[in-house]
Design a protein around this ligand. Sequence first.
Ligand SMILES: Nc1ncnc2c1ncn2[C@@H]1O[C@H](COP(=O)(O)OP(=O)(O)OP(=O)(O)O)[C@@H](O)[C@H]1O
Ligand SMILES: [Mg+2]
Length: 223
Amino acid sequence: MNNIIDISDVNKSYDIGNEKLHVLKDINLKVKKGEFVSILGPSGSGKSTLMNIIGCMDNLDDGSYILDGKDIASLDDNSLALVRNEKVGFIFQKYHLIPKYSVIQNVMMPLLIRGVDRKIAKEKAIEKLRLVGLGERLKHKPNELSGGQQQRVAIARALVSNPAILLADEPTGALDSQTSKEVLELFKELKEKGNTIVMITHDNSVANCGDRIIKIIDGNISN
Ligand SMILES: Nc1ncnc2c1ncn2[C@@H]1O[C@H](COP(=O)(O)OP(=O)(O)OP(=O)(O)O)[C@@H](O)[C@H]1O
Ligand SMILES: [Mg+2]
């Protein structure tokens, strides 16, 4: 019963002109607290569409979704945004750091936006940056770091507000193979520390780093 993600019979379509494109088809997906799960599928299979649902960035057509005990399916856009901020830490292929801010400022940002005191935000940001091995790079700007280091900053930023889940979309897509390995090792360490991770990828070897692979093909999940 301790599913942190509990998705049942979810459908999602897009309206294109007068037609409906049925993308996600009766999706069932359960993830337990502390699991590291990979979602694997080819281009166009519905991975990003599913990620948008899991990450509370989009509504579903029907079915149910409980995230960390909260019923998501019936929320309007504003409530969805609140749940997203509280419960989801995002990691993207291209890091999405703010170039003009230093490493520490980037990681403090999610806390400052919530009104957390500056001093506390700074302490928490330093703690997470140490955790990802970047305690010595606090004052650097993103463009003064390697790709792997930038992704570590993005991971620290995702962790800083202690989200219920980490949601990563092709987190190694922009990295060379050695750096990819290092980032995936970091995910494994974070899992060992109790974090729940959902990682989306089209790459078999990347997907293999998770505890479990969920395959999505043409909007259908085969567990
Ligand atoms: N906003 C949208 N409006 C209409 N159709 C969309 C929209 N977003 C995605 N689609 C369609 O839904 C299907 C699934 O797209 P999705 O982006 O989820 O695939 P994906 O698995 O993430 O692919 P990729 O690996 O290329 O990122 C595709 O056929 C796509 O054209
Ligand atoms: Mg995609």
